[in-house]
Design a protein around this ligand. Structure first.
Ligand code: NAG
Ligand code: NAG
Ligand code: NAG
Ligand code: NAG
Ligand code: NAG
Ligand code: NAG
Ligand code: NAG
Ligand code: NAG
Ligand code: NAG
Ligand code: NAG
Ligand code: NAG
Length: 617
């Protein structure tokens, strides 16, 4: 009993001490220095700030990195002012600025702000943003006197803005490092080009290297969108125009990095492999390079040569060594007797140099206005929501839906904290919102796998006939590969507009069997819904069927992972293996044949291809 007061006060003393330390850890005040070797750590331990030497460099720089990935620096303060020894300190100087000082208190780097705070405090936030604010004034983000997010280095983190503050004239853009050992600004920049419609471009000096298509209200046209992993936004009003992306699931670590050789890369951290996965990289191939074909031509990745004149145009006769060969009209056009418009689908809009943007016109009015104007040569939609752009499930939409479902599964399988096997992927579990963005729904049967678990077995087989892999339907074995199987069925259904189970009550082959038979005869494209056949090239359609057939192979080991599926679908240069015969392909009357090998048959629903449309939110 007599000991109690003593131990009580001892505990409370430790408690207070630890609170004091944790407050100090992410904050600098005028009386607090960060020396070389010391670090600031954001409140939930996500980001760290300190001095470092990049690569083989012997110089010191002040930087920010993900705490668990200290070799990937996301921001550098003194890019232009290397520190030659390890005696520098970071503090808040007498001017109220964040400053890096040398031993003689000389300023190596300063945040250079002119407004002075009454009680300046600098804090490393959990977003990776280093902010300087006045402790006496409001602590909202508007109250930041200075923030590292306004001065990006080579990395755009979720939540950072890329673009213009129109009131102050500040442009936020990424600048590459000179080399892996030298963070000083290199020749490459990645910025939001706001001419006519916003788009993202990489520049080599002032030369465009790579551009996305223009922002169409939902995404950058013809750019891969991984909207399952993050939400892209373009804000365009009279105060500011910027692009940003936000992670839905904040534990996912991702970034958009401009590397020293001018490649822009979207990287996502794979916790299982402890490495970065490249989701997008460019420019990687000829057609990705800006302006690789001349005027009036189209660059196609699957054609040789890649450049082709538009219909009605021919190669110019005179070669000009200083630029790619252009195409010219094959015959003269006069204004009274005009050619017709030819629809060109699935291409990126050209650079919008001479263009009239009228956001209150629909596509028909646009066509009419263009016909009336002798100098007008082409017209296009600027926003996807303006196009009610026709059958909603045209080829482009289906490709996007499929790619996003693939991304979604990839996320569940490989990037979420715990591996999630959906187990009941089917068309009726894919919801489409008003912008045709798919959402995978109904996780009622999903299973989470911990650690290294790759496969599991159940006696209670629940799922949907036609989508279940053979090892699951027959032995209750499920793994990421059983979801891949379901995805393959879904892909075949999407391409053919037919249900797999359409075949189950009849005596005919399954959809898988039909696909296989056509594939063997080199007639696979006959499976494709006729309304799609004019919308995409034979090679592309064949490629999609090839991927689908790889997913539905009998042996789970032969099926690709979702990571491989995504790269096969999004990267046309990836070689596709030849598929083996799919499961169930020689079975007639699917419904009567496949029964669970043991145990009760679980809830089996019947599938349907209707892609359910959700109401607007
Ligand atoms: C400054 O740092 C260097 C190491 O970079 C060290 O060798 C040197 O002694 C330091 N100078 C002083 C005056 O402390
Ligand atoms: C640098 O500034 C600190 C804090 O104001 C002071 O303690 C120190 O003596 C100064 N050093 C020199 C060399 O002036
Ligand atoms: C701050 O201003 C000084 C003087 O104008 C300039 O030399 C220095 O480069 C600026 N530093 C930064 C980080 O902008
Ligand atoms: C901010 O101000 C509050 C109230 O004046 C004070 O308690 C707190 O210690 C200050 N924080 C810092 C980091 O100076
Ligand atoms: C900062 O903002 C939060 C939430 O808006 C509020 O709870 C907190 O009291 C504020 N702190 C200061 C020092 O103003
Ligand atoms: C940057 O461009 C200049 C001239 O445009 C060139 O001399 C220099 O080598 C380039 N630097 C890099 C790192 O590419
Ligand atoms: C960037 O331009 C420089 C010349 O200024 C050239 O040497 C270099 O190859 C270009 N880089 C790329 C990626 O095109
Ligand atoms: C070749 O193309 C360049 C760039 O477009 C142009 O400036 C130049 O006048 C052209 N030369 C000839 C001979 O047409
Ligand atoms: C835009 O189109 C609408 C509808 O056709 C028309 O009334 C308006 O004058 C056009 N605006 C401009 C700037 O051309
Ligand atoms: C005709 O179209 C051109 C762009 O192609 C535009 O600059 C011009 O203003 C248009 N003329 C009229 C009368 O709308
Ligand atoms: C596309 O595939 C090729 C060949 O497999 C590979 O070299 C390239 O890095 C891939 N590109 C991307 C963006 O993954």
């Amino acid at each position: 009993m007599g000991n109690l007061p003593f131990s009580y006060s001892f505990i409370s003393c430790v408690f207070l001490l630890s609170i004091k330390l944790s407050i100090a850890a992410d904050t600098i005040t005028p009386s607090r220095f960060i020396r070389d070797g010391e670090k600031l750590v954001s409140s939930s331990q996500r980001f760290e700030l300190g001095f470092f030497s990049p690569g083989k460099s012997k110089y010191r720089y002040l930087g920010i990195w993900y705490k668990q990935i200290s070799d990937t620096v996301v921001w550098v303060a003194n890019r232009n002012s290397p520190i030659f020894d390890s005696n520098a300190t970071l503090t808040i100087g007498s001017s109220g600025n964040l400053v890096i000082l040398n031993l003689k208190n000389g300023t190596i780097w300063s945040s250079n702000m002119t407004r002075k705070a009454g009680s300046p405090v600098a804090q490393l936030l959990d977003t990776g943003n280093l902010v300087l604010r006045d402790n006496f004034s409001s602590n909202s983000s508007e109250g930041h006197l200075w923030q590292s997010f306004d001065h990006p280095s080579d990395t755009l983190l979720p939540g950072m803005k890329l673009g213009w503050d129109l009131k102050t004239g500040l442009e936020r853009y990424q600048t590459s490092w000179r080399s892996a050992d030298d963070p000083s600004p290199g020749n490459y920049t990645h910025r939001l080009d706001i001419h006519v419609l916003p788009k993202l471009c990489t520049y080599n000096g002032s030369v465009k290297l790579l551009c996305s298509g223009p922002w169409n209200g939902v995404a950058f046209q013809a750019a891969p969108s991984y909207s399952y992993l993050y939400e892209p936004t373009v804000v365009d009003n009279e105060d500011e125009i910027y692009y940003r992306y936000d992670s839905y699931n904040s534990p996912i670590i991702m970034m958009l990095k401009l590397n020293p050789s001018g490649k822009i890369q979207r990287l996502i951290w794979n916790e299982r492999n402890n490495g970065w996965e490249v989701f997008f990289s460019g420019p990687d191939y000829f057609c990705q390079i800006f302006g690789s074909c001349g005027a009036n031509s189209v660059c196609s990745i699957d054609k040789t040569p890649n450049c082709e004149c538009l219909m009605g145009f021919k190669l110019e006769s005179q070669l000009n060594q200083t630029r790619p060969r252009s195409c010219v009209r094959s015959h003269l056009v006069d204004c009274t007797n005009r050619d017709r418009f030819v629809m060109i689908d699935d291409i990126k809009l050209p650079d919008l140099e001479e263009v009239l943007l009228n956001e209150s016109m629909n596509l028909k009015e646009c066509e009419a206005a263009c016909l009336k104007n002798c100098t007008c040569r082409a017209y296009a939609n600027s926003k996807v929501t303006d196009t009610p752009k026709e059958s909603p499930l045209g080829w482009e939409t289906r490709v996007r839906v499929i790619e996003e479902i693939a991304q979604g599964l990839l996320y569940l399988h490989q990037f979420s904290r715990l591996r999630v096997i959906h187990r009941d992927l089917k068309a009726s579990n894919i919801l489409l919102d008003k912008d045709m963005n798919p959402k995978i729904s109904d996780f009622g049967m999903a299973k989470m796998f911990g650690g290294d678990e790759l496969q599991s077995k159940t006696k209670r087989i629940v799922g949907t006939y036609g989508y279940m892999s053979p090892e699951y339907a027959q032995q209750g074995l499920f793994s990421i590969k059983s979801d891949v199987f379901s995805f393959g069925v879904l892909l075949l259904e999407t391409l053919s507009s037919k249900r797999n189970t359409d075949f189950s009550n009849t005596d005919s082959l399954t959809l898988l069997g039909r696909a296989w038979d056509l594939w063997k005869d080199d007639r696979a494209w006959e499976l494709i819904d006729p309304i799609l056949q004019n919308e995409a090239s034979y090679l592309i359609l064949n490629r999609y069927i090839n991927v689908a057939l790889l997913c539905v192979q009998e042996d789970a080991v032969d099926r690709p992972t979702m990571f491989e599926v995504v790269s096969m679908l999004t990267n046309e240069t990836v070689n596709l293996p030849h598929p083996q015969q799919p499961a169930f392909s020689s079975i007639r009357g699917l419904k009567n044949t496949i029964l669970p090998a043991n145990g009760e048959a679980g809830a089996c629903s019947v599938s349907c291809l209707t892609l359910s449309v959700m109401d607007g939110r």
